[in-house]
Write a protein that binds this ligand. Structure first.
Ligand code: MUC
Ligand code: MG
Length: 389
């Protein structure tokens, strides 16, 4: 490697990629993903790519494709020009000095730096992240069409194709008793062939969760993701202490390592959903995971429905973590009508195979980047449909 690998340019673009079907969550229905793709160029000619995707514009949390694009091009990129690309922690410190918060934006830049340096070295990124412990990870699929028959046939097709046998069902948009009926019907059809998770995406208060979660567990749900608001650590704590037969998983409650520490101190979940974007990058994902491991809290490999770029980067860091029975949900590429890479990651025997090529082990297809580029197509920001579910 040359003595110093300096950063010559950092660019970002917003893509607009339709989903194969409406994806319905507690807060709305999405039919398009708008990932921000960052490209870093180094003085040795190497390039690296990073991605940050949000769900429903700024509906999942505060960041949106437009805010990420603005943070990268207006603040984070300029702060890193001429800096050493391989000094990742120093780059993160510079980004933090230039800009508070904006973790999704920072994660996309850090991802691109790691990709560019790994490519320069001819190494898979997992080698820069501690080394991989797993060659593959069990891969979940999310049932979120909002329609029972469609959810069941989707799950059955996935089982037959040996792609997924862990299913996450999105609930929280309807009355809780309707959600219980929906989940129970799916559980009855799939029986012992599948494990079921529900994600309430913060929709319930503590009492609703205390009343309806036991019924969902009785119907066959094993893992319960973010049933209450992100701030409602007291309710998470009491559910974690009292629910029998199901595990509580925190998602929106855990972004920063400090959030993980608080949750661990409070014994407020059994499992945490790790997501590279909300933690602010691949290195900080490992920090959150280390706190969880020390507190005997299990991990699940979460997604923000990224393309194969962000999904492969997440797969690389998840592959370096301790064993987990819960697997990951890096199925974003399958939910999109098309991808931005030349060849997707392989899915075999219900598991995502970790790609071993240089960088994140995938190659960007420039024509597809162009095809979905918002600037080329002059599309509008996302408006979430709040009335269809
Ligand atoms: C979330 O909250 O977990 C992940 C999968 C999916 O369908 O939505 C996301 C976001
Ligand atoms: Mg979630």
């Amino acid at each position: 490697m040359p003595a110093s690998l300096s950063i010559e340019s950092i660019d970002a673009r917003i893509l607009d990629i339709p989903t194969v079907r409406p994806h319905k969550l507690s807060f709305g229905s999405i039919s398009r993903q708008s990932p921000v793709i960052v490209q870093v160029r180094l003085n040795n000619g190497a390039t690296g790519h990073g991605e940050a995707a949000t769900i429903g514009g700024p509906s999942w949390n505060e960041e949106s494709p437009e805010s990420i694009h603005h943070a990268v091009t207006g603040y984070l990129g300029p702060a890193l020009l001429d800096q050493d690309a391989a000094r990742f922690e120093a780059a993160i410190a510079r980004m933090n000095a230039a800009c508070r918060g904006n973790w999704f934006a920072k994660s996309a830049v850090e991802m691109a730096l790691i990709d560019a340096v790994a490519r320069t070295l001819g190494l898979p990124a997992w080698q820069l992240l501690g080394g991989k412990r797993h060659d593959s990870l069990p891969l979940a699929w999310t049932l979120a069409s909002g329609d029972i028959a469609r959810d069941i046939s989707e799950a059955q097709a996935m089982l037959v194709a040996r792609r997924h046998r862990i299913f996450k069902i999105k609930i929280g948009a309807r009355a809780p008793q309707d959600d219980v009926a929906h989940v129970s019907a799916i559980a009855r059809e799939l029986g012992a062939h599948a494990s079921l998770t529900i994600d309430v995406n913060q929709a319930w208060d503590g009492n609703t969760a205390r009343r309806y979660l036991p019924q969902l567990i009785d119907s066959g749900v094993g893992l319960i993701e973010q049933p209450v608001a992100h701030w409602n650590i007291e309710a998470l704590k009491s559910l974690t202490a009292t629910l029998q037969g199901g595990l509580i998983m925190a998602d929106e409650s855990v972004c920063l390592p400090q959030d993980m520490m608080l949750l661990a101190r409070q014994h407020a979940s059994h499992v945490v959903s790790l997501k590279v974007a909300k933690h602010g990058g691949l290195l900080r994902t490992r920090k959150v995971a280390a706190i969880a491991e020390a507190a005997d809290i299990g991990w699940y490999g979460g997604t923000m429905l990224e393309t194969s770029l962000g999904s492969a980067a997440s797969a690389h860091v998840f592959s370096t973590l301790q064993d987990s029975p819960h697997g990951c949900e890096l199925f974003g590429p399958q939910l999109l009508v098309d991808d931005i890479v030349q060849a997707p990651m392989q899915i075999r025997d219900f598991a995502l195979q970790i790609p071993d090529g240089p960088g994140f082990g995938i190659e960007i297809d420039q024509a597809k980047l162009m095809r979905f580029d918002r600037n080329h197509a002059s599309r509008q920001p996302i408006v979430v449909d709040m009335g269809q579910h």
